[in-house]
Design a protein around this ligand. Structure first.
Ligand code: ADP
Ligand code: MG
Length: 387
């Protein structure tokens, strides 16, 4: 959808901001550009909507060489969100949001109806916030208006330059999650610039890690964290990348072990005999349809003698996660419940247990780009940041 071919930008004063950049963003993909200040991220971004012209190379949007497209026409297909938002102070929130549809000639009523719809989509009640002026909003709310405005004309491409940079960390996290939720629905092709590796990992389907004017690595979050291409990338992603990797690698069915199992309605004595034969200290208790009910210890089964069924002795399973959850969540469940393993379920159905050894194996697997990613709204960096 967006394709850079050997693109360079040298500013008139001789600064090379971008040097021979080639990469491609697929339709509906969210790619984050991450790197330190001054490495060329904003320059890259502004060449896509022709606010800056490359010195050499080509940029294609939807297969079309953009140097041949009228910049005004081009920008109608590309939403643009910047940190300073750039709302008009003397226009209401509703009119600010309706700016682009109005510009491209929509009737006023239609543009406003669309704006109201978009405000709603970004979590701002149009009846409450529509009539307000930008100064009457919090920073986070202004940022939401910026996103709503960028989406108003329904452009296929969205450029976001440090969109959450100006708000405090708590609001930033909320905005990130909201945007990811929104992206699930609208599926825009997004280039998002940030200097924050955690934001890049959390938001990106893929990440472009910038060095000075060049991309050092362009890959999935798991691969960048697990297998940094250069010493520079390793330094940039940080020494705690193993912990970050826990957040972006999913628990997969292949990671699981099959523990001893007892049926809910099975006589306790039968289960006790079986566990003794298997030399097992506990069993997972399942209902008739393979649903996870809890667990039972071999000791309690033995003490019950000939009395009762497994169901009478079963205890609640404290440590469990859904399949596809981040490894970090599984690890945190183990720690929180002081458990030697966690049960993994698919809906109610029990799939198996994840042990520390298997968790370690899964973490090693995550260096492989084939590893399944975690749905990003489940990525949670709180405890990683604390660690
Ligand atoms: P980033 O967004 O990663 O912080 P920029 O793309 O803004 O980086 O800038 C890349 C480099 O180009 C920096 O060295 C910056 O100082 C330089 N630069 C940016 N804009 C101009 C300009 N208009 N004239 C000269 N140099 C510029
Ligand atoms: Mg910048």
């Amino acid at each position: 959808m967006i394709r850079f071919e050997q693109v360079s930008k040298v500013y008139p004063d001789g600064t090379t901001a971008v040097d021979g950049l080639s990469f491609e963003v697929a339709e509906g993909e969210l790619v984050t550009l991450v790197g330190p200040s001054g490495c060329g991220k904003t320059t890259t971004m502004m060449m896509v909507n022709r606010l800056i012209e490359p010195t050499s190379g080509r940029i294609l949007v939807d297969g079309e060489d953009i140097s041949r497209v009228d910049p005004v026409q081009l920008r109608r297909r590309i939403g643009y969100v910047i940190q300073q938002v750039g709302l008009f102070p003397h226009r209401t929130v509703l009119d600010n949001t309706a700016t682009v549809p109005a510009l491209v000639g929509w009737k006023k009523a239609k543009a406003r109806a669309r704006a109201a719809e978009l405000l709603d989509l970004v979590g701002l009640d149009p009846a409450t916030y529509g009539p307000r002026y930008p100064a009457q909003l919090s920073g986070g709310q202004r940022q939401r208006v910026g996103v709503a405005r960028a989406l108003a004309a329904d452009p296929p491409v969205l450029l976001m330059d440090e969109p959450f940079g100006a708000v405090d960390p708590v609001v930033r996290e909320r905005l990130q999650n909201e945007f990811l939720g929104l992206q699930e629905t609208v599926r825009k092709t997004v280039l998002l610039v940030t200097h924050d590796i955690e934001e890049a990992v959390r938001m990106g389907d893929r990440i472009a890690v910038y060095g000075q004017g060049r991309i050092e690595q362009f890959d999935t979050p798991g691969a960048v964290l697990g297998n940094p291409a250069t010493a520079y990338v390793a330094r940039f992603v940080g020494a705690d990348r193993g912990l970050k990797r826990l957040s972006v690698t999913a628990v997969e069915p292949d990671d699981l072990e099959e523990p001893p199992v007892a049926r809910l309605d099975e006589p306790a004595a039968d289960a006790a005999a079986r566990l003794r034969a298997e030399d097992a200290r506990w069993a997972v208790v399942l209902g008739g349809h393979g649903e996870l009910h809890g667990w039972v210890s071999a000791d309690s089964l033995r003490l019950a003698g000939d009395e009762g069924s497994v169901g009478d002795l079963a205890r609640r399973m404290e440590a469990w996660v859904p399949v596809g959850a981040p490894l970090k969540q599984a690890f945190s469940e183990m720690l929180q419940h002081d458990a030697g393993w966690v049960a993994v379920v698919d809906g109610a159905r029990f799939l198996g247990v994840l042990t520390p050894a298997k968790l370690h194996e899964a973490l090693r697997r995550s260096v492989d780009a084939e590893a399944q990613g975690v749905p990003r709204d489940q990525v949670d960096f709180d405890s990683v940041a604390d660690a």
